[in-house]
Every structure is written in C-alpha cells, then in structure tokens.
Design a protein around this ligand. Structure first.
Ligand SMILES: [Zn+2]
Length: 303
C-alpha cells in the first residue's frame, strides 16, 4: 500500500496488556497509564479505569486531557458469583450491575465503544444453548443501561485458554443478530486476531462470519501448540514470539480479510484497530511498541 495506514484506521494501544502487572496491581495500573497516554503514535487507547474513587478521578482526567479516543475494555466476569450467561437470573442481574459500574466509568472518559464478553463455557451442547439464551438476555439488559455506548462482544476460545461460552465468531454474530432483532441497535462485536486460531478459525472465515457487525479490532498473537510455553493459551504474546501463531505474514492475511469485508477501506470515519500484546521478553514497553510499529509498517507495505 502506498498511503499510510493512518489514512485507513485509527491506531490504538492496549494499556493493560502492555503493562500486564496493571491487571493485579492498582499501583502498577496508576503509574503506567500516563506513560501509555503519552506515546505520540496512538490515536486510540484500550483500557479500563480503576474502581477506586480517588484513582478513577485522576485517570478520568488523564484520559480526557490526552485527547485519545478511549475504547473501554470491561474485565471478564467468569467467577461463580458473576457470570453473564448464568441460568440463574439473580446472578445475571448482579453481573449487569458490576458491568454497569464499568460502563459508567466508560462514559466518564468519553468512550463511545466498550468491549464485553460472555462467561464460562458451561459444557454440554444443551447447557451451551441455555447459556446463550441467558447471555442474549444479559447483553440486551446491558445495552439498555448504556444507550450512549456501542457494546462489542469479544469472542474467546472455548477450550484451551479462557474457555468461555462465546466464540465461535459465528455464535457471537448470532447473539448480535438476536439482540438487534429485539430492537436494540447499540450492539456489535470485535475480532481479536490472537483469538482466531485459538477458536480453530481462519481470518477469512472469522471476518466473513461477522463482517457487518465488526466495530473494533485487536491485533496480536497466541501460543496454541506448546503447552509447556509460559504464554500457552490466550496470553497475548507479541508478534513473532517463539512458539506463537502470528507475525507479519499473518497480519497481512488478517488485514486483507478486513479490507475484503469492508471494515477497512470504506466509510467516512476511519475505524479503530488496537495493538493488544505483551512486551517482548527482555525489552521495555517502549522498545516493544517500536517493534510492533515496525512490523505493522512492514505488513502494510506488503499489502
Ligand atoms: Zn482482545
């Protein structure tokens, strides 16, 4: 491609995967957010905001002052008490409340899009069917609670990493279709490049199964074929990581699929695409971001 990729999409960076310690430590989360917001290469930031009131007030101010387009990533709710696809409506409603507190913070930072996911894979085909009905109910309630946000279902694997109810991508698209059929417009999905092979899908198939519903994209990789690898499963290794599935050739293939379905290259407003990877072993976050950008550039030139 001759023109810059920046003319085709708004590039983002995922805060908590670049600084994985921020998942578990409020302090790590608080200290690393300003660094990511200061990277000049990104128009978009994928993040969540701390629930701790004093920290959240500071973070909301920082994101707003940064001028970045925020995409709010809700955490997974996959414990026994919080489960978006529990057949028990009381548990589902409690999960709606937990998610709404995140969506309020999404609103506070000015986000227009927020990422959600299903809960644990319940197991048998009949339980999956029952869980999917419950998840449709959950998503519909959540969309009604946050009419100013577009919620996006992120499909995950059902077997080797997070083991959630939804994907496949096709099943995520089916949930979106059912929710839209209820007259609810603010629902779509996102495709995570690193989840596609964990779901035993190809890029072309995942994108074809969901094309008109795609509202956001995560770029990254995964380790699928080496159980002994410390990043085995859905751990978001960086592109080219030893034992990982994705590097520049896969990125070329994925972006071609995104062009083919019209997510890239059509429409007035540039869509969002976010890098969602851990740093390279032995490299700093900043050095790792430089490598991500070089690889993206190399893939773009090969398009
Ligand atoms: Zn993702």
């Amino acid at each position: 491609m001759q023109q810059s990729y920046r003319e085709y999409f708004k590039l983002g960076i995922n805060h908590h995967l670049l600084f994985p310690a921020s998942f578990d430590s409020e302090e790590a989360h608080r200290l690393s957010l300003p660094e990511v917001l200061a990277y000049p290469e990104f128009e978009v930031i994928d993040l969540f905001i701390s629930a701790q009131t004093d920290i959240s007030a500071e973070q909301i101010r920082q994101v707003r002052d940064s001028g970045r387009v925020p995409v709010y990533n809700c955490p997974l709710f996959n414990g026994p008490r919080l489960n978006p696809n529990s057949p028990d409506e009381a548990i589902r409603n409690e999960t709606v409340l937990a998610a709404v507190s995140h969506l309020q913070r999404a609103g506070a930072i000015g986000a227009r899009k927020a990422v959600i996911a299903s809960g644990p894979n319940p197991g048998s085909p009949s339980q999956i069917a029952e869980g999917t009905d419950a998840f449709v109910d959950y998503v519909a309630k959540l969309c009604a609670e946050a009419p100013s946000l577009t919620l996006m279902i992120e499909p995950f694997d059902r077997s080797i990493g997070k083991n959630l109810l939804i994907g496949s991508t096709r099943e995520a698209a089916e949930v979106v279709r059912r929710v839209q059929e209820m007259g609810i417009p603010n629902i779509g999905l996102l495709i995570d490049m690193g989840h596609v092979s964990l779901m035993e899908e190809t890029f072309a198939q995942a994108v074809a199964d969901s094309s008109s519903y795609i509202r956001h994209v995560h770029l990254g990789s995964c380790v699928k074929n080496d159980r002994a690898n410390p990043l085995y499963g859905d751990m978001h290794p960086p592109w080219g990581y030893p034992g990982g599935e994705n590097d520049v050739p896969e990125l070329v293939e994925f972006m071609k699929a995104l062009f083919a379905c019209g997510y890239l290259g059509k429409g007035e407003e540039r869509p969002t695409v976010t890098l969602e990877m851990r740093p390279y072993p032995g490299r700093t976050e900043r050095e790792s971001v430089d490598i991500f950008l070089d690889k993206l550039e190399e893939a773009w030139r090969a398009m």
